[in-house]
Design a protein around this ligand. Sequence first.
Ligand code: ACO
Length: 442
Amino acid sequence: MTPATNIQDKPNGKAPRETVTITDNRTGKQYEIPITDGTIRAMDLRQIKVNDDDFGMMTYDPALMNTAATRSSITYIDGDKGILRYRGYPIEQLAEQSNYLETAYLILNGELPTPAQYKDWEYRIIHRTFLHENVKVLMQAFRYDAHPMGMFISTVAALSTYYPESSDIHDPENRLKQIIRLIAKTPTIAAFSYRHTRGLLYVYPDNDLSYTGNFLRMLDMMTQSKYEPDPVKTRALDVLFILHADHEQNCGTNAMRAIGSSHVDPYSAMAGAAAALYGPLHGGANEEVLRMLTQIGNIKNVPDFIERVKKGEGRLMGFGHRVYKNYDPRAKIIKRTADEVFKVTGVNPLLEIALELERIALQDEYFVKRKLYPNVDFYSGLIYQAMGFPVTFFPVLFAIPRTVGWLAQWQEMLNDPEQKIARPRQIYTGSAQRDYVPLAAR
Ligand code: ACO
């Protein structure tokens, strides 16, 4: 771009130009940079140089706080208004009226399925739920007390060795095959990891049940001749899966896109995304919420705990979000779902502490000023615990439904002609060149 001259913001009262003008005070030069969709292209800044040897201006954005790394048509979030939509459909409507598999179809394909498309999609998923027997053997080799998320991540990565054709990521048909496999097999991997940590025999899938009904059966089945999944728990799991299916460019999805940008197979990329999700600041947060509530122990300890958080001694887990500066819409739905589940399971005794924490935090200046509201993880752990899941299983329960989000975003990235291998820049802060000193001379 050539430096602009005679720049006027509103020439002759005409509509303002969609550009921004930058004056480089080092050189006095001006640059007019186009604005598209409220953004400027970081590469447009490269022309800003002090001389020909200058590399050119870069942006510095640790943690990518203000950088759009992609265009995406999958999920829309308005963090200030607390809005979440998949492919334009409000999360509230999907949670109320859809089920996980239908929502997964929508997220992947952009449109809700017709009845025939849904039937075919459901059939294809349900009939790919079995794992290769050697995958089972591989999982059995984990230590008796292995964290189920560690097992989940490793097993997903191992699947690439069972499906070597998955490395052909440029063939859409082949991609779809792997996508279906992953959506179908993640509940089985998850259930095996759960049974493993409990020292129980692994239960094979039952293809006559729904996606979530089959999952509950693989977790709970003991000696019953016919296992009937509880309809309230099945529906609650479906709702939770819908809520967790995608969340635009979060840490795990960013990992999926970054790893996938090297054109590695989807199993390897997804293992990386799941590893990102494992962290306590991301999908591991609901596990931390439960630990926190247990540690607080009693409603009368809540004010003291809040004071400690305000002094910087730890965080109020399940509160705050990089994008939502309002009540996370998923947290609202989860709170309602929790009431349904508690009718069947009995109220989780930690609920009282959670409600009190929320009540105090929502009127405390520290939290109000920083726009810290409950996020999806604040109540999800309480439901999961009431349903009998151990806390170590919570991130796995997040990873199962997020599988479709990761894969949809991965596919979108591969189809986007503007995307290349993800390779950020740095500002080097280390030593200037210096000469090696042999060990004996140091
Ligand atoms: N408790 C107390 N203070 C908090 C919290 C919290 N949960 N979250 C943010 N703050 C404070 C920070 O200390 C900071 O205060 P300061 O300005 O005085 O330094 C301010 O609010 C801004 O916080 P940041 O860390 O800059 O916000 P960021 O956008 O980087 O972090 C995050 C977002 C990681 C989610 C954060 O709010 C947090 O750690 N929350 C607890 C963990 C959690 O619940 N994670 C789940 C997120 S949802 C998900 O991943 C599915």
